[in-house]
Design a protein around this ligand. Structure first.
Ligand SMILES: Nc1ncnc2c1ncn2[C@@H]1O[C@H](COP(=O)(O)OP(=O)(O)O)[C@@H](O)[C@H]1O
Ligand SMILES: O=C(OP(=O)(O)O)[C@H](O)COP(=O)(O)O
Length: 393
């Protein structure tokens, strides 16, 4: 990587504005999953250890430039303080007099968390004035918010124009793992793409078809491909306007020598619920009034064996409606196969990360990305503005 890292910075006695992604799930005013807070600890601890005065900034949710009481960061500050084992001062403002007072009182090694930056409309507009306000708080900028690296906002990109700017340790690890996978992969290299819509995965499928040996397709988006191959799909998810694109992808796979693998059997259901009537059918036999909501047992075994033989596996998007127990077996089987393979396994955030967590396999993956949208854009080959804005080495 050609960007400055924390190791390149002299931070002792300096104020460091560190953008983190503390956009965590909340329930009844409490943090219900602190994965992203724990993922940012190495950077925060390193800065504290080096004697920096650490100013943390994050968004939470999408308050659209207005104060939303339920999206304040107090509970996050509390959890961070427990995890760090030190006081984390939290301000109720994003910037202004209260923040200035807190900044003036900081000593080396202190940690301050400013309020949800998206309470200010300038954040998402990448307003240069807000970026300057942020920059004025500090001597140095560190971006460790991989989950928000695909956003060109004031605290993720604009601020970097004004200060020496480096990647944090989490950001560095995410970029290293995903970057190496795409530029110099161990082979056989398998990508598994699932989820609901072809529309959301066009870029990633297109880009991966230039990189992988096997491309496994599952989830709701598989049915547009199955239909494009000439099968009837009943009431399963279909994006009619993406049928031609699906055909183009199948042609590209053939031209590139990529083994593109689709379900051979599926679980069909007469209702979108846990107690629906279900049947296992081959894809030639999907009944007209039924909807396919998961991959079937033959497909699970096929996918397992490809995953077992791969040296590198990247997974984005569930194989079925895994939120409902009845249709979770396909996603569970892929998670288990990834846990068992000798190959290097990477989970591309979002629903796949939630699924491996839910089924108890997260610890057995080599890398679970903290960014859903960000890892997807990275895997599409797009430049991430939050990284691009940082200082070159
Ligand atoms: N066969 C299917 N039919 C309908 N929805 C599906 C099917 N398979 C998966 N899904 C749904 O896709 C959603 C995830 O899609 P998406 O947001 O594209 O994935 P990700 O967040 O991993 O990128 C899940 O809520 C899941 O229930
Ligand atoms: O949770 C996030 O996105 P993700 O669920 O795609 O990983 C990031 O914090 C980015 O949030 P945003 O999509 O509101 O900009």
């Amino acid at each position: 990587m050609n960007k400055k890292t924390i190791a390149d910075l002299e931070v002792k006695g300096k104020k460091v504005f560190c953008r983190v992604d503390f956009n965590v799930p909340m329930s009844n005013g409490e943090v219900s999953d602190d994965t992203r807070i724990r993922a940012a600890l190495p950077t925060i601890q390193k800065l504290v250890e080096k004697g920096a005065q650490v100013i943390l900034a994050s968004h939470l949710g999408r308050p659209k430039g207005e104060v939303a009481e339920d999206l304040r960061l107090d509970a996050v500050a509390k959890r961070l303080s427990d995890l760090l084992g030190q006081i984390v001062t939290k301000t109720d403002e994003v910037y202004g007099e209260e923040v200035n007072r807190a900044l003036a009182e900081m000593a080396d090694g202190d940690v301050l968390l400013i309020e949800n930056v998206r309470f200010h409309p300038g954040e998402e507009n990448n307003d240069p004035e807000l970026a300057k306000e942020f920059a004025n708080m500090a001597d140095v900028y560190v971006n460790d918010a991989f989950g928000a690296a695909h956003r060109a906002h004031a605290s993720t990109a604009g601020i970097a124009e004004h200060l020496p700017a480096a990647v944090g340790l989490l950001m560095e690890k995410e970029l290293d793992v995903l970057g190496k996978a795409l530029s110099d992969p161990e082979r056989p290299f398998t990508a598994i793409i699932g989820g609901a819509k072809v529309k959301d995965k066009i870029g990633v499928i297109d880009h991966l078809l230039d990189k992988v040996d096997h491309l496994i397709i599952g989830g709701g988006l598989a049915y547009t491909f199955i239909k494009a191959r000439g099968y009837e799909i009943g009431k399963s998810l279909l994006e009619e306007d993406k049928l031609d694109l699906a055909k183009q992808f199948m042609k590209k796979a053939e031209d590139n020598g990529v083994d593109m693998i689709m379900p051979v059997d599926v679980i069909v259901s007469d209702d979108f619920s846990n107690d629906a009537n279900t049947k296992e059918v081959d894809i030639e036999n999907i009944p007209a009034d039924w909807e396919a909501l998961d991959i079937g047992p033959k497909t699970r075994e096929k996918y397992r064996s490809i995953i077992a033989d791969s040296q590198l596996v990247i997974w984005n998007g569930p194989m079925g409606v895994f939120e409902l127990e009845t249709f979770a077996n396909g996603t569970k089987a892929v998670a288990k196969a990834m846990a068992e393979t000798e190959g290097y396994t990477v989970i591309g955030g979002g629903d796949s990360a939630a699924a491996v967590e839910k089924f108890g396999y997260a610890d057995q993956m080599d890398h679970v990305s903290t960014g859903g949208g960000a890892s997807l854009e990275f895997m599409e080959g797009k430049i991430l503005p939050g990284v691009d804005a940082l200082s070159d080495k």
